[in-house]
Design a protein around this ligand. Structure first.
Ligand code: ATP
Ligand code: MG
Length: 160
């Protein structure tokens, strides 16, 4: 193997481990979801928009509800698009829980008012972000939730 090929391999390995270091992982069950939600809030920092990736039934909605509980959400603010955009009030602010599953594309998301929420400065949790990938702010935090057992879920947080 030539020196340059060896160096290339080494660079790749370093890059891979850096990528790995950028991730935060949380494994939780319904019994420990409260702690997972609290840890997540500590990690969120200044980010406002969180895209939740994961298959149907992975636990996206359940986790968002745990996040709302941890934030002290007290009420739902009624909205005409409530099956897509849910607005919740918590002490000190409001946040959006958005589910794009039923939307076709970015155009429909914009028409429904999703883009306005994403750039409103309020915290937004968005399920099925794949439906309208192009309208998300650059600093959107990406979460990946997957079922690792009947009761366990693995949350990967992309810090990039
Ligand atoms: N650790 C866990 N975290 C979250 N949900 C869990 C966990 N263990 C079991 N579950 C169950 O998995 C299901 C997750 O459903 P949920 O509606 O949250 O999924 P979803 O990812 O939002 O699906 P969809 O894409 O259809 O909106 C619920 O029935 C929940 O009770
Ligand atoms: Mg859901």
């Amino acid at each position: 193997m030539s020196e340059s090929v060896r160096a290339q391999g080494l660079t790749q390995k370093i890059a891979q481990s850096l990528v790995y270091l950028c991730f935060m992982q949380l494994s939780f069950t319904l019994d420990t979801i409260k702690e997972a939600a609290a840890t997540f809030w500590q990690q969120l920092g200044d980010r406002k928009v969180v895209a939740l990736h994961g298959q149907m039934g992975a636990g996206k909605t359940t986790f968002v509800h745990a996040l709302c509980d941890a934030k002290g959400v007290t009420s739902t603010v009624g909205s005409p698009t409530f099956s897509i955009i849910n607005e919740y009030a918590y002490p000190g602010g409001q946040l959006y829980h958005i589910d794009l599953y039923r939307l076709k594309d970015e155009e429909e998301a914009i028409r429904t008012g999703v883009e306005d929420c994403l750039y409103s400065g309020s915290i937004c949790f968005v399920e099925w972000p794949e439906r309208a990938e192009g309208i998300f702010p650059d600093d959107t935090l990406k979460l990946h939730i997957s079922a690792t057992g009947p009761e366990t879920r693995l949350l990967l947080i992309d810090e990039k």
